[in-house]
Design a protein. Structure first.
Length: 615
């Protein structure tokens, strides 16, 4: 949802800004732009479309200057044109602004500023901020408002909504000011130079020491240091964090796409996620969170899982696991729905927020709502230090490493592994077991290897993609734990190949979707040997009786399947609770290879962004 980056120091800013934007492009790719300050004026270069267009522009004329800001856009207000690209400026061109978020009262403020003589050039809500800063600076009567720091604070006080803003002014060379309410801002601490970005991943090659701004904070950066104050203007020392992701982890490493690399990283991501949380020798759970201490769990009567998108699919699987293993009632909701109903939540509800990015606006708002109702908050998050980790009472990290491809893959399967461990921990707290059973720990120990073996199906999946990439619609069917897997498979296909796909509980097909089945409709049937296979196979026969094309994903081919299915993919088998981890992998690969065959932009699918920091 837009990426922002900034640099102040002795070096040329432009190459650094472009380098940072490359790592932020996953957040939006409708346009890109930079502004650098040299000899009292800004050079601004912007281009619609991908960052590569801006880079081509820069090859013609590289701007100089060692103070600069940059932006990659996911359009909200105004079409993705050059004039709507950021940085946006005030009337004089002396104030430049990049923004992630939405100013909800921008129309009203724009009208008021226009009536006062300000001339607007774009359709964006962002431009209003530049004019607000200009207005404050030109009307400044006291010392506070006479510098950029004070002017940004006053400008922000006139605007409502969600924003992360980075501003530079030609009147104060060597200074950047950032402020936020909602979307993230992280400051990177260097030696004689400092940085700003939307995500620590942008800063990875430059520094590992970062400071996250809290809601309402404003920060002033110059090459010598950083000053932060909170929304009341009180100076604040925000804690510094050490981010251990290396820059290499955010590169493609020889793969054609980030998504393919991330699919192939699943064995290692699973091992790294599970390793610190359990002793595979004894089965003892070592989930280090005070929230999961026996006395804190003793009063918990139900669990609420909140998430969006793929993470919501993980939550649906989490419900099966927690209810099945710990016998606790579980409710699952979308962040965007939960925040606007009047949910029944108490201090005896354990709320679990699940998010790859840790910054999805709807999930953040839903968790804040649960917190207001007195519920303790546990976060299952991949990005260290992200907003959800900071607002939670306890964190269970998925150590999947940076996930850059917009389609979530390794974050999802590691979420499933963590939810399995959480279910075991809750089971223990309810006196229904101690740690993991021998069978469970054996299964967890073998999981990374089996994930690797599942990846070995790729040539066969490529073949299926070649055969079916022309289909207009797909149905995905699954029962029990495999119903959310069906939803996830359909989402992957939709988002990167633009093929219409629906996931359904296999037993629901006869209540409607079966009307869609004809000889052109491929139906992916998830039928592992999990206790419901016979029922799912009956649904398979219903598909075949209507001439549908049946692609069966199973854990053991038998005569019945061979006879009824058009195509069969046989997966390695594990315990039912962990089987979704393996069953998801072929669906990811299938979506990937279909998208490649259709010439789609796999890592940056149209209209999407990796982190959705607006409502
Ligand atoms: O970062 P989060 O897990 O909170 O993101 C939630 C969704 O936006 C995300 O899973 C989205 O659905 C992905 N594009 C799915 O591949």
């Amino acid at each position: 949802m837009c990426g922002i980056v900034g640099y102040v120091g002795p070096r040329e800013a432009a190459p650094l800004l472009v380098d940072g934007l490359k790592r932020l492009e996953y957040r939006g790719y409708d346009s890109a732009g930079i502004a650098t300050l040299s000899n009292g004026s800004f050079a601004i270069l912007r281009s619609p479309g991908k960052l590569s267009n801006l880079i081509a522009l820069l090859e013609g004329s590289a701007p100089t200057g060692s103070t600069g800001i940059g932006h990659t856009r996911w359009a909200t207000h105004g079409r993705p044109t050059e004039v709507n690209a950021h940085p946006q400026t005030d009337c004089t061109g002396k104030v430049v602004v990049v923004h992630n978020g939405i100013f909800e009262n921008f129309a009203e403020r724009r009208a008021s500023l226009a009536a006062a003589g300000h001339r607007f050039k774009s359709e964006t809500d962002t431009e209003v901020f530049a004019h607000e800063v200009e207005a404050v600076l030109s009307e400044a009567k006291d010392l506070e408002a006479n510098d950029l720091f004070g002017a940004v604070r006053l400008a922000a006080s006139k605007l409502s909504g969600a924003y992360a803003v980075l501003v530079a002014s030609a009147r104060e060379p060597g200074v950047l000011v950032a402020t936020r309410m909602g979307p993230p801002i992280v400051l990177g601490i260097g030696q004689g130079e400092n940085y700003v970005a939307s995500d620590p991943v942008a800063l990875a090659p430059w520094t590992k020491d970062v400071v996250f701004l809290e809601d309402g904070d404003t920060a002033r950066l110059d090459p010598a240091g950083i000053r932060i104050c909170d929304s009341d203007g009180r100076p604040q020392e925000r804690p510094a964090h050490r981010i251990l992701w290396d820059a290499v982890a955010a590169e493609k490493g020889g793969y054609r796409h980030f998504m393919l690399k991330e699919i192939h990283e699943q064995p290692i991501a699973l091992a790294e996620t599970v390793g610190p949380k359990v002793s595979l020798a004894s089965g003892e759970l070592t989930l280090e969170s005070p929230l999961l201490e026996p006395d804190r769990l003793a009063g918990i009567e139900r669990v609420l899982l909140l998430a969006c998108g793929t993470s919501w699919h993980a939550a649906l699987i989490g419900k099966f696991l927690i209810e099945g293993m710990a016998r606790l009632p579980v409710e699952v909701d979308y962040g965007s729905e939960f925040r606007y109903r009047r949910p029944v939540v108490t201090g005896r509800t354990l709320t679990v927020g699940i998010s790859q990015s840790g910054e999805t606006a709807d999930t953040v708002a839903a968790l804040a709502e649960a917190r207001r109702a007195g519920s303790p908050i546990l976060a299952v998050v991949n990005v260290p230090g992200s907003q959800i980790t900071r607002m939670a009472d306890g964190v269970l990290a998925t150590h999947a490493g940076p996930e850059i491809g917009v389609a979530s893959t390794k974050a999802f399967t590691t979420q499933l592994a963590v939810l399995f461990l959480l279910a075991a921990k809750l089971r223990e707290s309810r006196g229904l077991g101690s740690g993991l059973t021998a069978e469970e720990r054996g299964a967890l120990a073998r999981l990374p290897k089996l994930a690797g073996k599942t990846l070995g199906l790729e040539p066969r999946i490529e073949e299926l993609a070649r055969r079916y990439h022309g289909a207009r619609d797909f149905l995905y069917l699954g029962r029990g734990l495999h119903y959310p897997v069906a939803l996830e498979g359909a989402l992957k296909l939709k988002e990167i190949s633009y093929i219409h796909a629906e996931g359904y509980p296999a037993g629901e097909m006869k209540h409607g979707p079966i009307a869609l089945v004809d000889e052109h409709m491929p139906v992916i049937v998830l039928a592992p040997d999990d206790g419901w296979r016979d029922k799912t196979l009956s649904n398979l026969r219903e598909v075949k009786s209507r001439d549908g094309i049946a692609i069966v994903v199973t854990t053991g081919e038998d005569a019945e399947i061979s006879e009824a299915a058009d195509e069969v993919l046989v997966l390695p088998e594990t315990i039912p609770e962990l089987q979704p981890v393996l069953s998801t992998i072929p669906l990811q690969l299938f979506a990937y290879h279909i998208a490649v065959r259709r010439g789609c932009d796999v890592d940056q699918p149209r209209n999407l962004a990796k982190s959705v920091t607006v409502e």
